[in-house]
Design a protein around this ligand. Structure first.
Ligand SMILES: [Zn+2]
Length: 283
C-alpha cells in the first residue's frame, strides 16, 4: 500500500525473522518473537497473497546486504555477529552465504559457552546468548541468579538503553556487566576464528552502542582463548545498528532470484555490485 503497488503485481514476499529459521521448509523453528515452535510462515503467506514467499534469518540478510553494498570489503569468508534482542550470526564462506543443510546454520547465540551455565531463553544452560543478550546483561548487572528465567527479566531495547546510560554515568555494576559480556564475546569470536579463519568479523546490533564498555573485555577474552598465530589475521568492523540492512539483504536475494529466472544463471559478482551502487534498489 505504501509503495502504491497493486497486490497482483507483487512478485515475491521476503520475510526476515530472528531466531532459528528453516529456509527449506519455510518455518520459524524457534524464535524469541513467538511463543510457539515450528511456526509456518511461507505457506500461509503464499496462499494469502498468491506470490512467491521466502523466509530468511535476519542476520543472514545483514550479511547478504553487506556483500552487495561493498563486495570488495565483504567477500570471501567473513562473519557478522548481531548483538541485540538475541545474538545472531551470518556466515559468508568462500563467497556464499552459508545456511547449512536445513537452513539453520550459524546459531552462534546458542552454541554453548559454559556447560550447565546461565539459563538461556531457548531453555538450555550456558549458551553464549545467556551471557550476551539484553536480558543477560540486565540479569548480571542487577545481580539476579544465573538461573533466573529470561521471561521474568525486564530488558528489551529500553532495558538495554538504561543499562548503557548507567554504565556511561559510571555505575560499576553496569560497567562490569558489559565488560564480562565483552569477555564472553571474545571467547565466542575466538571459536569462530578457529573454525573458519575469517578475513573480517563484523559486529552490529543495538548493543553496539555499548561497545566502548565491552571492547577491552572482548580483546582480553580473545587473547585468552586463542593463540596469536590464529587471531592475528582478521579485521574487526563495528557497525552502528541500521535496520535497513535487513531489508537491503532481502531485496538483494530477491534480485538474484530474478536474475536466475531471466538468465538461467546467477550474474557475476561485478555486475551485481554495479546494480546496488545507487541508493535506490528497484523492489
Ligand atoms: Zn540458548
Amino acid at each position: 500500500k505504501e509503495a502504491d503497488v497493486k497486490p497482483a503485481r507483487v512478485r515475491e514476499i521476503g520475510v526476515a525473522a530472528q531466531g532459528v529459521v528453516e529456509t527449506e521448509t519455510g518455518l520459524v523453528a524457534w524464535s524469541p518473537a513467538f511463543a510457539g515452535r515450528k511456526i509456518p510462515i511461507v505457506n500461509p503467506l503464499q496462499s494469502a497473497f498468491g506470490a512467491e514467499c521466502y523466509i530468511s534469518n535476519d542476520t543472514n540478510m545483514i550479511t547478504e546486504a553487506l556483500h552487495w553494498s561493498d563486495p570488495n570489503r565483504y567477500s570471501g569468508t567473513f562473519a557478522v555477529i548481531m548483538l541485540d534482542y538475541g545474538v545472531g550470526m551470518g556466515l559468508y564462506l568462500d563467497n556464499h552465504l552459508f545456511s547449512g543443510a536445513s537452513g539453520t546454520a550459524a546459531e552462534f547465540g546458542h552454541a554453548n559457552h559454559i556447560p550447565g551455565g546461565a539459563l538461556c531463553r531457548c531453555g538450555k544452560k550456558g549458551c553464549l546468548e545467556a551471557y550476551l543478550s539484553d536480558y543477560a546483561l540486565v540479569r548480571a548487572a542487577t545481580h539476579q541468579p544465573e538461573d533466573t528465567d529470561p521471561i521474568t527479566i525486564k530488558a528489551g531495547v529500553g532495558g538495554l538503553a538504561r543499562l548503557i546510560e548507567l554504565a556511561g554515568s559510571g555505575d560499576e555494576n553496569a560497567q562490569k556487566a558489559f565488560h564480562e559480556a565483552g569477555r564472553v564475546l571474545g571467547y565466542g569470536i575466538a571459536r569462530v576464528i578457529a573454525m573458519i579463519d575469517p578475513k573480517r568479523v563484523v559486529l552490529t546490533g543495538a548493543a553496539m552502542r555499548a561497545f566502548s564498555f565491552m571492547e577491552k573485555g572482548m580483546w582480553e577474552g580473545l587473547e585468552e582463548a586463542l593463540v596469536a598465530d590464529l587471531r592475528n589475521n582478521f579485521s574487526l568492523d563495528v557497525m552502528p545498528w541500521n535496520e535497513d540492512f535487513i531489508r537491503s539483504g532481502l531485496i538483494a536475494q530477491s534480485m538474484e532470484r530474478l536474475d536466475k529466472d531471466f538468465l538461467g544463471t546467477a550474474t557475476p559478482q561485478g555486475s551485481r555490485a554495479a546494480r546496488t551502487d545507487g541508493k535506490e534498489v528497484p523492489a
